[in-house]
Design a protein around this ligand. Structure first.
Ligand SMILES: [Zn+2]
Length: 181
């Protein structure tokens, strides 16, 4: 199954996605979608992908970062998939960092996000978990949960003045050292 990533302008990306029911969570098809989403994310060299980005109104996302060329200066984290995710705690402390989006190719913007968040979700093997994320991983979690609620990273930018074309970004900011913690 080849999944296409839908782009900004697609109404699905502005709608809150539907929670997966108990019976949907058990479907084999769901595992197939998660695999397809992982493939699409890797193929596009992304670090996260939400289900509505492949045209499905479903509360699920995948994330992974292993030596990513699009994000050279960030910490790695393993492949994870979360179903019916909800952020239950945001740290008051925030930090700025660059974000891009596979549904808005060719741009980056600087977004202030909580340094630490706690996610309540169901894992792909059906376990109910609560997990705390920090740094870049916490940023990706916030970006993906935003997608599932119909938001883009630009909605979270303090100002659109840092919104940057990728060509300019690669020349000027790609290897910028992270904001001080
Ligand atoms: Zn995105």
């Amino acid at each position: 199954m080849k999944l296409e990533i839908v782009k900004i302008g697609n109404p699905l990306l502005r709608k809150k996605t539907r929670a997966l029911s108990r019976s949907q969570l058990k479907l084999k098809k769901l595992q197939t979608f998660l695999k397809g989403m992982t493939r699409a994310m890797r193929h596009a060299q992304g670090v996260g992908l939400a289900a509505n980005q492949i045209g499905l109104s479903m509360r699920a996302f995948v994330m992974e970062c292993r030596g990513n060329r699009r994000y050279p200066r960030v910490d790695s984290f393993p492949l994870q998939a979360y179903l019916n995710p909800k952020i239950v705690r945001y740290s008051k402390a925030k930090e700025g960092g660059w974000e891009g989006c596979l549904s808005i190719p060719g741009f980056r913007g600087k977004v202030s996000r909580s340094k630490q968040v706690t996610l309540a979700a169901i894992t792909s093997d059906g376990r109910r978990i609560q997990k705390t994320f920090r740094g870049f991983e916490a940023r990706v979690v916030q970006h993906e949960v935003d997608h599932l609620n119909g938001f883009f990273y630009m909605d979270r930018m303090d100002s659109l003045k840092t919104w940057t074309h990728l060509e300019e970004f690669n020349q000027r900011f790609k290897y910028e050292v992270k904001d001080k913690k």
